[in-house]
Design a protein around this ligand. Sequence first.
Ligand code: HPA
Length: 270
Amino acid sequence: MYHKLKKCLESVRKKTDFQPETGLVLGSGLGDFADGIDIRDVVEYSDIEGFPVSTVKGHKGRFVFGYVDSVPVVIMQGRVHYYEGYAMSDVVLPARLMGMMGAKKLFLTNAAGGVNENFRPGDFMMITDQIATAVPSPLIGPNIEELGSRFPDMSEVYSLRLQEVIRRSAQECGIRLQEGVYVQLTGPNYETPAEIRMCRGWGGDAVGMSTACEAMAARHMGMEVCGISCITNLAAGISSEKLDHKEVQETADRVSADFKKLVTRVIMDM
Ligand code: HPA
């Protein structure tokens, strides 16, 4: 796997020598953010040898390199999901690659279902912790010694320092911010009401099909991580409405101006 990562890095380095400080992953329906930054380079995932390419509608597949204000960033416009059939080590390859490009900080975003009954569609939830036990760990297999240790500590996956930055940024932007625990399940099906009750019993506030594995891989290699979920819908069983991807995209579209404002502010201050 390390060999594959190095090959991918070489492939990227043939196209750009841009040095990012921060990596940003844009979730479902939130990809527009990358179009509005000061873009310096774009590398399509399909042009990177051995790179897993996403198949989900509404997900572009490319790295965008550029500046948010004066901060050099690399943005994943579209991510790879476990439910697409990739090994978990491939799902987290792009996040690891951003770390290997030089990004010391990783900002994860996603669309998620609200498990906490106080949440409303369109809310932003700062991720304070995560539950990843329902999906295979991306660290299973021979440990990549070059990246991190066999048994990495996960007691502060989401940096307390960056959580404070997000709180302050939201306040400055006048954007209401929820906080909570993100539960990753495999998907691609939405959950049953019983599964959502289980998530709530576990202590989860939002549920989705990404992010926690990436956060874990990033922490393994010592990156500083933060995350925001866009609560696009109430999770199954909370309202009588059926869940579909269209609602997820519509909500993400509706809040995209606030999302851009908040993400920009956070990147400038992190
Ligand atoms: N469940 C899982 N993933 C999701 C949801 C959901 O309700 N909404 C957006 N992503």
